[in-house]
Design a protein around this ligand. Structure first.
Ligand code: DQA
Length: 148
């Protein structure tokens, strides 16, 4: 099984970006932790982009190759209907997609209280730093279709 772990805009700056909110560890540290957690036979394919179209293309790829997805849509969470539609294509195809956030958006600015993605995601885990992803990894694997 290959799990796609997709990260949206500005998450490539983890480690130096608002460390009081997002912590001082980097996306490479996250990759290492998830690879350590992954059971035998599971490949973690972690990617990051600042580009909406690229992120949407990766979600289409998940459908075409039957991959379960962990998605931190970052700021796109709050306003990208194009991303929401792409997430819907994934879950409609019967693949699990878990929305994750490092911080708890509901404890922050008003504009972060809305997610246009949640309504079509399989589930959401937020506010737990890298643990949001680690919990999502075990949850997504339990829901991955056989043969994915
Ligand atoms: C985030 C929360 C978003 O509101 C923000 O725009 C991000 C990161 C998180 O992981 O906490 O870039 O998705």
């Amino acid at each position: 099984t290959r799990v796609l772990v997709l990260n949206g805009p500005n998450l490539g700056r983890l480690g130096t970006r608002e460390p009081d909110i997002y912590g001082s560890e980097t996306l490479e540290d996250l990759r290492t932790q998830l690879e350590q957690d992954a059971p035998d036979g599971v490949t973690v394919d972690l990617r990051q982009t600042d580009d909406e179209g690229t992120l949407i293309g990766w979600l289409h790829e998940a459908v075409d190759t039957s991959m379960p997805v962990i998605l931190n849509p970052a700021a796109f969470t709050h306003y990208s209907y194009a991303l929401r539609d792409a997430v819907s294509i994934v879950t409609e195809a019967g693949l699990p997609l878990i929305e994750v956030h490092l911080s708890n958006p509901h404890a922050r600015e008003e504009f972060r209280h809305t997610s246009v993605v949640t309504g079509v995601a399989t589930g959401v885990i937020a506010g737990l730093g890298f643990d949001s992803y680690r919990l999502a990894l075990s949850a997504v694997l339990r829901r991955a279709p056989a043969g994915s």
